[in-house]
Design a protein around this ligand. Structure first.
Ligand code: MN
Length: 264
């Protein structure tokens, strides 16, 4: 984990010949943070949301104690490129009703070779309106010409910088798309050299104080909580709600491993 950030799915860039379809599936104990670089995705969920997301906008789904959703992009020949990240909810905020937030207006800062868009928390004195539940920050860094940028960060946070496209160099280390560079706490500044087409995500947060159990689409604290969530979903109880889409059958949870899952 980096702060509360516990998962990054980097999709594409793809020519999207078949589109992307993820049928109804559940979550607990986390927020999904979806950020597009190209294309569009339609999100539907059990709290009644139908929301198309496009580049420059943030989709934020709070699973709380249980939510379900589906995601779809059309096979329209347009490229699709995005990251979806998960944030572990702290103990005091995880047993809540789920909800959804679409944030279309986010603060931007011109850093010369790159534009910094603040997705959550505070960076360089700019504050994103995104609802968060523990001390954290996130930003996109989009280069427009080859060069170097530096920005100060909260030294109480640990940080990660992940490259989405282009090439970049941090502290003498070359990055390819998908690589993540880690900054431990007490780092006061991040400096990045990158190509004109480079896009990076910066994520940071206070080191997460709790151990978690993460299995399939669930984040909990104990094996039993995971087992309960799995059983509720596969029995299609009210816990995860219901919604309509045209993506076909819901995705059942797989069998659990024949061991007791341990928090870590
Ligand atoms: Mn999901």
């Amino acid at each position: 984990m980096i702060g509360p950030w516990c998962f990054i799915d980097h999709f594409g860039p793809s020519e999207q010949t078949e589109g992307m379809q993820v049928a109804a599936h559940p979550h607990i104990g986390l927020q999904t943070v979806t950020w597009l670089f190209a294309g569009e995705i339609e999100h539907r969920d059990s709290v009644g949301t139908v929301q198309t997301i496009r580049p420059g906008q943030l989709n934020l789904m709070n699973a709380g104690n249980g939510i379900s959703h589906s995601e779809k992009s059309e096979a329209n020949g347009q490229p699709l490129h995005f990251m979806q990240l998960w944030l572990a909810l702290p103990e005091g905020s995880r047993n809540t009703l789920g909800d959804f937030e679409h944030v279309a207006a986010l603060p931007r800062r011109d850093l010369g070779a790159a534009t910094l868009t603040i997705l959550a928390g505070n960076l360089l004195g700019s504050h994103a309106p995104t609802t968060i539940y523990s001390p954290l920050a996130a930003a996109e860094l989009q280069f427009s010409y080859e060069g170097q940028v530096s920005f100060v960060v909260n030294p109480a946070f640990e940080h990660g910088v992940v490259l989405a496209q282009g090439v970049a160099r941090i502290n003498g280390v070359g990055l390819s798309p998908g690589d993540l560079f880690y900054f431990p706490t007490d780092s006061a500044e991040i400096t990045i050299d990158a190509s004109a087409d480079a896009i990076l995500l910066v994520i940071g947060g206070e080191p997460f104080a709790e151990k978690i159990v993460m299995w399939w689409n669930f984040i909990a604290r104990t094996h039993d909580e995971i087992q309960d969530a799995r059983a509720s979903w596969n029995a299609r109880t009210e816990r995860f709600g219901y919604f309509e889409d045209n993506l076909g059958p819901w995705i059942p949870a797989p069998n659990m491993p024949n061991v007791i899952l341990q928090p870590r």
